[in-house]
Design a protein around this ligand. Structure first.
Ligand code: GLN
Length: 206
């Protein structure tokens, strides 16, 4: 075919969504709408085939248990260390944090982001809310953000960039090298800028 220069250049990178628990279907739909080839990831063999991974929202303590039970926790840690682009939302952000505050007994994270994250930081009175955030790294328009029993980032190590804060200054989106994390759920609002940013991170590494 005219203009075709072989299958390799035309193959879109395959991105995975950790599909043990939580709202992985919503992430798959957003990534597909952006033209990505997407696979659910539940097993180490599936992880080995993806060039980037989204860890969805859900319940981090359950995701932690399932990832260890399915033999996925160690391969995930290895992939993170070796530079796989990973985007975590809400429970996914907790999974990526080096330190988890208000974890349940025995709860572990995968780590990678040099942050302390506090689970359920808004308490039961305000456990879910929506607000508009300024995210300069993603353009001028504010982003409508949905928080559901959300964590906040309480301490950022030197290599970590804050991408968004609430009006009171609390950090709710971060980036460090190959890792991106948000306390909120862009997969629910139709604003695809975080997913596009993640796909750019994947493409620039391929
Ligand atoms: N509170 C949940 C947890 O600790 C996160 C909630 C979410 O992902 N929407 O994992």
């Amino acid at each position: 075919m005219a203009g075709s220069s072989g299958p390799i250049e035309h193959t879109a990178p395959i991105v995975g969504v950790l599909a043990l628990q939580g709202d992985f279907r919503e992430h798959i739909a957003v990534l597909q709408s952006l033209g990505a080839e997407v696979r659910p990831v539940r097993r180490p063999e599936e992880l080995a085939q993806v060039a980037g991974l989204v860890i969805p929202g859900g319940e981090s303590s359950v995701m932690d248990k399932l990832s260890r039970m399915f033999g996925l926790a160690e391969p995930l840690k290895g992939a993170i260390r070796s530079g796989l682009p990973v985007y975590g939302t809400c429970a996914g952000l907790i999974m990526l944090a080096d330190r988890v505050l208000d974890a349940i007994a025995g709860q572990q994270s995968l780590g990678g982001l040099d942050i302390s994250v506090r689970r359920n930081a808004f308490g039961s009175q305000r456990d879910s809310f929506e607000t508009d955030l300024q995210i300069p790294a993603l353009g001028q328009h504010p982003m409508h953000a949905v928080f559901i029993r959300a964590p906040v980032v309480e301490h950022l190590g030197e290599g970590v960039t804050s991408l968004a804060t609430l009006d009171d200054g609390r950090v709710v989106a971060v980036k460090q090298g190959n890792l991106l994390g948000t306390s909120f759920h862009p997969e629910m609002t139709g604003d695809t800028r975080f997913h596009e940013h993640f796909l750019n991170m994947v493409r620039s590494r391929c």
